[in-house]
Design a protein around this ligand. Structure first.
Ligand code: CP
Length: 302
């Protein structure tokens, strides 16, 4: 039985196979409409979500399967003190596969120790968000035609941004990827990313977005995450540190892609949405194809 906790759980070759499957699903959805007939997905979300939970559910329904689950810890027996270990034992009696989001880093890994079904990490604290990374890779690949030879700027909350951590870990496996890490000093990437993941790779850390915009092939914007701050004053001081708007985009390449895992707050002005370089809503749609491909792969139905 296979789980997905970290994007590195799939080799580069397996990732390519999964992205190719997602591409075929996008082109020929009817071919896959009954692949999961009789199968059930459980979504165990201890933290809020719009895209990840609903795209997993849409993915399973598109495959002919059914879904069940909870969308907050409050509406589950976690509120009565039930452990992740006991919950996953129970869910294994009801479903064939599950996606779990949890505020504690490592909770989905704990679940794998007690689970009778494949567990997908749908985001654990500020740690990892591997299915967002697969979605990001699919979007870059389909829009740029490659995952190598790119300069990518990651901007915003690089400290707590689990999508950023997963994407960097994944992209270092491709040739000639240069990273520009754009954040206030307080929200730099964690030291393990700098000292271990990025060791030996080309990267720079800057605080000014305008200075580096002209050289980027991809700009990956992120939200400053209120829920990860212990101190509201600190959040208020940093929440609008970067705002991408139409004027600022005049500094960027004509073919620079703008990605964002969403939700956004103020960091991308709505006047950017109509720019052809803005692909964050395409990313949302791509998340369904990628999660369909992932469900098929983990259930051994690909
Ligand atoms: N990108 C993402 O994880 O969005 P949600 O929090 O809405 O699932």
């Amino acid at each position: 039985m296979r789980h997905l906790l970290n994007p590195l759980d799939f080799s580069v070759q397996e990732t390519e196979q999964l992205l190719n499957l997602a591409s075929d699903i996008e082109k020929n959805p009817s071919k896959y409409a009954h692949k999961c007939d009789g199968k059930r997905l459980a979504t165990l979300f201890y933290e809020p979500s719009t895209r990840t939970r609903l795209s997993f559910e849409a993915a399973m329904m598109n495959l002919g399967g059914t879904v069940l689950g909870f969308s907050s810890a409050d509406s589950s027996s976690a509120s009565k003190g039930e452990s992740v270990a006991d919950t996953i034992r129970v869910i294994s009696c009801y479903a064939n596969i599950c996606a779990m989001r949890h505020p504690k880093e490592g909770a989905p890994k704990v679940a794998t120790l007690y689970s009778g079904i494949p567990v997908i990490n749908a985001g654990d604290g500020g740690h990892q968000h591997p299915t967002q990374t697969l979605t990001d890779l699919y979007t870059i690949q389909s829009q740029k035609g490659r995952l190598d030879n790119i300069t990518i700027g990651l901007c915003g909350d690089l400290k707590f941004g689990r999508t950023v951590h997963s994407l960097i870990e994944s992209l270092v496996r491709y040739k000639n990827v240069r990273f520009v890490l754009i954040s206030p000093p307080e929200l730099r990437v964690p030291s393990y990313i700098r000292d271990e993941v990025l060791k030996g790779f080309e990267y720079e850390e800057v605080t000014n977005l305008d200075d580096v915009l002209p050289k980027l092939d991809i700009l990956y914007m992120t939200r400053v995450q209120k829920e990860r701050f212990f101190n509201e004053e600190e959040y208020i001081r940093m929440k609008d540190c970067y705002v991408l708007n139409k004027d600022k985009l005049t500094l960027a390449k004509e073919d620079m892609l703008i990605l964002h895992p969403l939700p956004r707050v103020n960091e991308i002005s709505v006047d950017v949405d109509s720019d052809p370089r803005a692909v964050y809503f395409k990313q949302v749609q791509n998340g369904v194809y990628v999660r369909m491909a992932l469900i098929l792969t983990l259930l051994g139905l690909a």
